[in-house]
Design a protein around this ligand. Structure first.
Ligand SMILES: [Zn+2]
Length: 206
C-alpha cells in the first residue's frame, strides 16, 4: 500500500502531535520509512511537508526514522550541532512560507559529538583542524552558558541550552518566520532525542 503524502493543513499543535505520535511508533518498533516501491507517486510532482526539522548530522539521529515518517512529510536541515546559519534560516523560510510546514523542531540529542568537542575546546583549549573550528564557534555560546563542574551534567545542559538558544534565534529571525509565528501559522519548538531510549522530549514549544 502506498504511503499518502500529507497536505499541510495542520495547525502547529497538530503537527507537533503528529511528530510525537510517530516517535511513539518508532520506539514500539513500527519504524518503516517507505521504500521507493511503495512511495506515493504524487510526490515526484510536488512536496507538502507538515514539519521542518533542524537536526544534527549525527548518523544515529535520522528524522524520518525517529518520527516514523515517509518521504515528502518532513523538510529536514542538518548540520553537526544543529545550529542556525543564514543558509539554514533560508531553507526553513522556504519549508514554511512556500511549502507550508507549520512547525519547526530544533532537535538536539544526547551524546552529541559536536557539543562534546566544543566542551573540550572551551575547557582544554584544544584546537581542531580544517573547518571544524567554525562549528565550535557556533556552539560555544550554549557551552559557555551551561558551564558546570561535572562534565556529565555540563554535556547534558549544553545540549539543552544549544537547542533553546537556536529556538530563540529562529523565533527572532526576521520578517518571514516572525510573521508566520505572529499569525499563528507556525510554531518553533525544541526537543532532545535520547540515543539510549529513542524518545524525543520536548523542551520548549511556547
Ligand atoms: Zn550531534
Amino acid at each position: 500500500m502506498a504511503h499518502t503524502n500529507i497536505s499541510s493543513l495542520m495547525t502547529p499543535d497538530e503537527a507537533l502531535q503528529k511528530l510525537l505520535d510517530g516517535n511513539k511508533r518508532f520506539i514500539k518498533g513500527f519504524d518503516a520509512p517507505d521504500s521507493f516501491k511503495y512511495q506515493d507517486a504524487s510526490i515526484s510532482k510536488a512536496q507538502h511537508p507538515y514539519a521542518c526539522i533542524l537536526g544534527c548530522a549525527d548518523s544515529r539521529v535520522s528524522p524520518e526514522h525517529t518520527f516514523d515518517e515517509s518521504h515528502g512529510n518532513l523538510f529536514v536541515t542538518r548540520v553537526a550541532g544543529n545550529f542556525v546559519t543564514p543558509e539554514i534560516i533560508a531553507s526553513l523560510e522556504y519549508g514554511t512560507s512556500v511549502l507550508g510546514a507549520s512547525i519547526i523542531l530544533v532537535l538536539g540529542h544526547s551524546g552529541c559529538g559536536a557539543v562534546h568537542a566544543t566542551i573540550d575546546a572551551v575547557s582544554t583549549n584544544v584546537k581542531f583542524d580544517g573547518h571544524i573550528g567554525q562549528l565550535i564557534q557556533s556552539i560555544e555560546p550554549a557551552v559557555a552558558a551551561s558551564r558546570h563542574a561535572h562534565l556529565d551534567t555540563w554535556m547534558e545542559n549544553a545540549v539543552s541550552e544549544n537547542v533553546r538558544l537556536n529556538v530563540q534565534h529562529l523565533r527572532q529571525s526576521g520578517p518571514i518566520l516572525g510573521s508566520l509565528i505572529r499569525s499563528g501559522k507556525l510554531k518553533v519548538a525544541g526537543g532532545i532525542y535520547n540515543l539510549e531510549t529513542g524518545v524525543v522530549d520536548i523542551l520548549t514549544d511556547r
